[in-house]
Each structure stands twice: as C-alpha cells, then as structure tokens.
Design a binder for this molecule. Structure first.
Ligand code: 13P
Length: 256
C-alpha cells in the first residue's frame, strides 16, 4: 500500500436522507465510539443542509460537510443556500457531485464559480469527478476525467489546488452496488496523481487527498483503501446505517 499521508478520510454523504431526529441520533452514537485509535483517520459527515444547525452541537469527533452551495453569494436566487450562510458551520463542501451535474445540470463554469467561493471563504472543497459508463466502455474515460479537471480545478494556482480534496466517483458505480475494482481505481488515481504532479509539482501534488466513492461498503472498504493513491472513501448508501458506517471507520482506523 502506498499512501502519501498514511491517513484516511472517511466521509459520509447522506444525500437527501434522514430526518433531524435521525441525524441527531447518528451524531450522538458516533461521538460515543471508542474505535478512533488513530488520529490519522478523519471522519466527516455531510447531512442535508437543513440539519447542519441541529447537529452542530454534537459534532465532537467528526467534521461537517455541506452537500452543495449556490454559485452566487447572495441575491434573488429562490431556494439556494449561500456559502456565507454555511461558512461558520462546515469545514468542507462537496462540489461537482455527479447527481448535481445530472439532475441539476451543473456545468463546469458553475462548478468553477463554486470553487472560487470556497477558496475566497477558506472552506475546503471536495471536488467530485468521474466518468459515465459510456466513457469507460469506449475507453475514453481518462481523457474525460482530464477534461473535467482542466475545466475546473486547474484554473487555480498551486497553493489553492493544494488545499482541495478530490473524489473519484465513477457515475456507473454510484448507488448501483457495483464498485470499481482495485485495478480500475488504481489506474484512475495514479493518473490523477500524475497530472497533479505535472501541473503543480511533486511536493504540492502529494498533499492532495484523492478519495474514492461509488458503492463503498464494509465488505470492500479494506480492499479499496489498500489501493495506491487512495486516501479515503466517500460513502453514500452504506453511511446511512450507523453500524455499517462504524465498521468502515474501524477498517480505516486499523489501516491508518
Ligand atoms: P453510494 O455509496 O451510495 O454508491 O454513493 C456514493 C456517492 O455518491 C458518495 O458521494
């Protein structure tokens, strides 16, 4: 296993799930866990934005992530949430999740604006990218991924990029129960690390965590976390059940 940090991020993305009471119950349980042997395992949870204020007082051992922000800072944008409303509550924000791209038609230009706001407000973006099945089947997935990164994060300077987290989430693996296998994950993570090295140099590129997401669970977490250049997991469905998520944390904690 080759992990530049010897630490793992385990991030729960709850998407549009859980009531406020369920969210508080989960945070209460996670704070009572004794499995954090290693301080080298960083746990973050991304509940629906509406629950952030309610769970804030329970965060303890875990950090908070927002699932989305508006690309505008304020104004007549009904239904949107500004980064200014979240900056005191979260340390990280998910940007570019494939569900935002697919269902809300978010473009690279909008993602760029969101990234600029994160940089301005000093909140760490977790930038999601990944190919659809059609790109993998036609063997153009690496160039597709390179374009996704070129249109967004590579507009920033070396210092700004080295304060980002990247998350490879192949669209065909999200919510399908069909995770990418170790070889597929290694190929993409090594490729992204190489591009980062070319763009911003060795020492800055090695500081950027590259996470994997897409049907992660307690059965495949260990295999995926052992892949070179995998610095953590972004977990959807399997993060909703407390006992299941706890098992994933324990696996990462043992490996870190
Ligand atoms: P699943 O773990 O449910 O496949 O979701 C992954 C994801 O989209 C995390 O952001």
């Amino acid at each position: 296993m080759f992990n530049y940090f010897n630490m793992f991020y385990i991030i729960a993305n709850w998407k549009m799930n859980k009531t406020q009471d369920e969210a508080i119950d989960f945070f209460t349980k996670i704070n009572s866990l004794n499995c954090f042997k290693s301080s080298l395992c960083k746990i973050l949870i991304s509940p629906p934005i509406i629950h952030l204020s309610a769970v804030e007082q329970y965060i303890g051992k875990v950090g908070l992530v927002a699932q989305n922000i508006s690309c505008k800072e304020s104004g007549a944008y009904t239904g949107e949430t500004s980064i200014n409303m979240l900056s005191s509550k979260v340390s990280h924000i998910l940007i570019g999740h494939s569900e935002r791209r697919k269902y809300f038609h978010e473009t690279s230009l909008q993602l760029l604006e969101k990234l600029q706001l994160c940089i301005k407000k000093k909140i760490i973006p977790i930038f999601c990218f990944g190919e659809k099945l059609i790109h993998r089947d036609s063997n153009v997935f690496l160039s597709y991924i390179k374009d996704q990164l070129s249109e967004t994060i590579f507009s920033f300077d070396k210092h700004e990029i080295s304060n980002m987290i990247l998350a490879y989430e192949p669209v065909w693996a999200i919510g399908t129960g069909k995770n990418a296998n170790a070889a597929q994950i290694k190929e993409v993570h090594d490729f992204v690390r190489e591009i980062l090295i070319k763009k911003i140099g060795h020492s800055s590129a090695l500081k950027i965590p590259i996470l994997y997401g897409g049907s992660c669970n307690s059965n495949n977490a260990q295999t995926i976390l052992k892949v070179d250049n995998v610095n953590g997991l972004l977990v959807g469905g399997a993060s909703l059940d407390f006992d299941h998520f706890r098992k994933i944390i324990e696996i990462a904690d043992d490996l870190s």
